[in-house]
Design a protein around this ligand. Structure first.
Ligand SMILES: [Zn+2]
Length: 233
């Protein structure tokens, strides 16, 4: 089955606002910056070509505030997911899937390493996705997961920004490099499958990177694991 995943400008904005807040700002008693965030995706779904093609239109996201957000992993509550799904449906929106972020501070992984291996789903992600599909009747379930990877770089470099693959964009936000990756998974014979997924986002297709006035995100003096944002004056 083929899946088209469309991300509206509003949903992309929410992904960036929440993704960067989790990336830069130190949360509570966490010792470092760069925690993963988890959110649910909402919008509309259209079934095309007699069920051969699904078009998922992500109109907005809702951060899963009960998810346990750490620097190397994030786990969400099924109860919260069910609750939010039912409320959203009352308002006319479907819960389309989930998203989370992978944050990398400059000393943890270079952007070249991220390009090689970093914007993909981790073994832990795949396990959670497989469990999510198991909640559906056999053969009927699938799962849409969006992954936002944010990498700190010493300085801005937009040269490789643009579409990378049918389901992957690379773009810059100031001196940080982002990768937005969408993938639909299904299962058969207890094995996870990567279904044909196309990511569409007209904002990213028209603007390789955010041109807005943006300051610098960098490690605080003497603390390589804690970031700070210095706006331009
Ligand atoms: Zn992950």
């Amino acid at each position: 089955m083929k899946h088209i995943v469309e991300i509206s400008k509003q949903a992309l904005t929410q992904m960036l606002l929440n993704g960067f807040e989790a990336f830069v700002i130190k949360h509570g008693d966490k010792k470092r910056s760069g925690i993963e965030f988890h959110a649910s995706l909402y919008g509309d779904i259209k079934i095309l070509d007699k069920g051969k093609k699904y078009r998922h239109v992500i109109e907005f996201i809702s951060v899963d505030t009960s998810a346990e957000m750490n620097s190397g992993s994030v786990s969400f509550s099924i109860e919260a997911s069910d609750l939010k799904e039912d409320i959203a449906e009352q308002m006319g929106f479907y819960q389309l899937g989930k998203m989370h972020s992978h944050p990398y501070l400059a000393h943890e992984m270079s952007v070249d390493e991220v390009r090689k291996q970093g914007f993909d789903f981790s073994p832990g992600d795949l396990e959670a996705i497989s469990d999510a599909i198991d909640r559906y009747e056999e053969g009927l379930g699938y799962h849409l997961e969006v992954l936002l990877t944010i990498t700190e770089m010493k300085q801005k470099n937009t040269s490789l920004d643009g579409r990378k693959e049918s389901n992957l964009f690379e773009f810059s936000v100031g001196n940080c490099k982002c990768f937005l990756h969408a993938q639909v998974f299904s299962k058969s014979d207890d094995k996870l499958h990567w279904d044909d997924t196309e990511l569409r986002c007209s904002f990213l297709e028209q603007n390789g990177h955010l041109e807005a006035n943006f300051g610098l995100i960098k490690a605080k003096k003497g603390r390589k694991r804690v970031l700070e944002y210095k706006p331009n004056n």
